[in-house]
Design a protein around this ligand. Structure first.
Ligand SMILES: [Fe+2]
Ligand SMILES: [Fe+2]
Length: 264
């Protein structure tokens, strides 16, 4: 089974990048499942039902979210109806949506799970205990489990990789928007990377307009952040999983820039 996962898509530049590069990614990687983190897809904050449709129309099988899940109100009503969209599983009881789902493509099934760290982020339920619960809850027939761990601290992400080694197919980090170079297959067969990186403007700060971010750092005054309109960068990963066991056979970082010509 081949899986491609795309890191945090930021604003219209991020969506433009998807439009431009996903045909190339699909052609070269030929994934059974394409999953996209969409927590910043609407102007850098949250996602709307229209933008979710746009992402599905580009070929995504599932969408994961994160701490920006609720930034656009339209999603509250919508998320329960969308079987392919998940938000962090350790959000408080009673929040809309769900933390995991099982995607199907022909006879292939892939469970996708979204969970959020709580170091330098709001104090949610324990993500480690929540993951144990989910791995236990998933039907026995499901061998392929993909985890998007949306977290700030590299230590918490690495710890989650070790915690889930041998229990899931992949633990990949999102949220910090910078791709890390530590992709590996852990000893018990779980693919791991600390952060997949983002899709959006490479001329801003983590996809947002740099003037506003600089003003915030330099003055500490309240500043409205908007997503940047510069040239795009694309970051993702591709995974090859054993069909029978679900264990990872290969993890590869994907990284492309708008002015590259090779995919045009
Ligand atoms: Fe993000
Ligand atoms: Fe985030």
């Amino acid at each position: 089974m081949k899986v491609v996962f795309v890191g945090d898509v930021v604003g219209s530049v991020g969506r433009k990048a998807l439009k431009n590069i996903l045909p190339y990614i699909k052609k070269t990687q030929n994934p059974d499942f394409l999953i996209v983190n969409g927590e910043n897809a609407a102007g850098g904050k949250g996602i709307t039902p229209e933008i979710a449709k746009e992402i599905y129309d580009l070929g995504a099988h599932g969408i994961t979210l994160g701490n920006h899940s609720w930034d656009k109100r339209e999603i509250f009503e919508y998320i329960d109806e969308d079987k392919r969209m998940i938000r962090p599983a350790n959000f408080p009881l009673g929040t809309p949506g769900k933390g995991y789902t099982i995607l199907k493509n022909g006879s292939k099934e892939l469970a996708i799970v979204n969970v959020q760290g709580r170091t330098f982020l709001p104090p949610l339920d324990c993500p480690f205990a929540k993951m144990d619960q989910i791995v236990h809850e998933l039907p026995n027939r499901i061998k392929h489990i993909f985890v998007d761990f949306h977290a700030e601290a590299t230590s918490e992400k690495i710890a989650m990789g070790w915690h889930l080694d041998g229990k899931v197919s992949a633990v990949v980090g999102t949220h910090t928007h910078v791709q890390t170079h530590d992709e590996q297959i852990l000893p018990q067969g779980t693919a791991y990377v600390t952060d997949v990186g983002m899709v959006g403007s490479r001329e801003g700060v983590l996809g947002m307009e740099r003037e506003a971010v600089l003003r915030k750092f330099m003055t500490q005054l309240p500043v409205r952040f908007v997503s940047d309109s510069g040239k795009w960068q694309f970051h993702g990963i591709s995974l090859e999983l054993d069909d029978a066991t679900g264990k990872a056979k290969k993890i590869k970082l994907l990284r492309h820039f708008e002015d590259e010509v090779r995919f045009e």
